[in-house]
Design a protein around this ligand. Structure first.
Ligand code: F0G
Length: 354
């Protein structure tokens, strides 16, 4: 659709934006829902598998869906500044939408644990970037305290407008499939997105647009699996820095989504994430960031345990673009070598003969 207006206008009747507020939009949403039979086959998954590629959003992650609403509302309320804690993607989206709205943006990130592309985005959009010598959970604690006491708008997913916007991804999936899938697999970090999808499916259910809701399958990284193990992780660790979170803000809501839908919250190791990350890129042509691959890694894990029913219609959410974290991609392949510029050498190196 060439005239896609962004998620606020596309789903106006479901969006609670202040009356008369002008949407601050980058025409986010309307992202690909790709059938990937080759990927399913590679792992002997006898399912109908789709990838919801939210890395195709304007800033390269699903955060744009929520940020358009949160920043539009902040602008309508006359807010002069927005702030967030972030593992990177929220900061990139806040910086972009803040720039578009002409609102000052402050982002608080864990030093040394945010992917290069995300830092570059926040910087180029002109956000004030504060790196703290601690992790995401501490950063979130600080910005919550700050916004409770100072006139700055919090744009983390604790801001209800973030969730309202992000639920649009569930609408798009249903609109594309003309039904809900049987299973929605999704990476879980701070647990806002699984909460948003569940809300979206419920709203479509209540509006009579679907007859069945999907099972919600959320996957945390093993070293940051607070919900899975039902305890706060003081020092979360995973190479999937986007979901390196030990005390998720929407913990209870994520548990509810899993319970009410008959789904689950489980975890995948870094090795399982990397396996899925590389396989998605190699067989589907989609380059997602490591955290995103947790959804597919989780499906593979459940299938290996014999807990993924044959014939299921499954959507795996790929939450962010692979270019966000080029350093990790380069670590995972052998670096290309340089040779003399000569046709014979080129043929030999490329393995081409007549
Ligand atoms: N995937 C990516 C690429 C993310 O950036 C995040 C969260 C998630 C999955 C998990 O989503 O937190 O709603 O459960 N990123 C946040 C950030 C924390 O600051 O960018 P969630």
């Amino acid at each position: 659709n060439n005239n896609w207006p962004g998620v606020i206008e596309a789903y106006r009747e479901f969006m609670p934006l202040k009356a008369g507020a002008a949407p601050i939009t980058l025409q986010e949403g309307n992202t690909p829902l790709l059938p990937v039979p080759e990927l399913a086959k590679k792992f002997n998954l006898d399912i109908e598998l789709y990838l919801k590629y939210d890395g195709a959003n304007p800033t390269g992650s699903f955060k744009d869906r929520g940020m358009t609403l949160a920043v539009s509302q902040a602008a309508a309320e006359g807010s002069k500044a927005i702030i967030c804690a972030s593992t990177g993607n929220t900061s990139a989206a806040a910086a972009a939408y803040g720039a578009r709205a002409g609102i000052e943006t402050i982002v608080v990130v864990p030093e040394g644990n945010i992917a290069l592309g995300k830092l570059a985005q926040a910087a180029i959009h002109g956000a004030k970037i504060i790196q703290i010598k601690d992790n995401f959970d501490k950063a979130l604690e600080l910005v919550k305290e700050l916004t409770d006491n100072y006139p700055v708008t919090l744009v983390n997913s604790l801001n209800p407008y973030r969730i309202e916007g992000q639920k649009s991804a569930a609408f798009e999936i249903v609109d594309a499939l003309s039904a809900a899938p049987d299973i929605l697999a999704i990476p879980v970090g701070n647990a806002g997105n699984i909460t948003a999808y569940w809300q979206g499916f419920n709203e479509y259910f209540e509006a009579g647009r679907i007859r069945e809701k999907p099972e919600m399958w959320g996957f945390e990284a093993e070293g940051a699996a607070a919900i899975t193990y039902d305890r706060v992780i003081e020092k979360p660790e995973t190479l999937a820095t986007a979901i390196r979170i030990g005390n998720p803000a929407s913990w209870e809501k994520a548990k509810n989504a899993a319970r009410e839908s008959g789904g689950l919250i489980s975890s995948v190791t870094d090795a399982e994430i990397l396996e899925a990350y590389k396989a998605i890129a190699a067989t589907s042509g989609i380059f997602c960031e490591p955290a995103s691959a947790a959804s597919v890694a989780g499906l593979i894990k459940q299938a290996r345990k014999g807990e993924l029913a044959n014939g299921s219609k499954v959507v795996a959410v790929l939450s962010g673009h692979g270019l966000k974290d080029p350093e990790l991609a380069l670590e995972e392949i052998s670096p290309p070598k340089a040779v003399e510029a000569d046709l014979n050498i080129l043929l030999k190196e490329a393995g081409i003969s007549k």
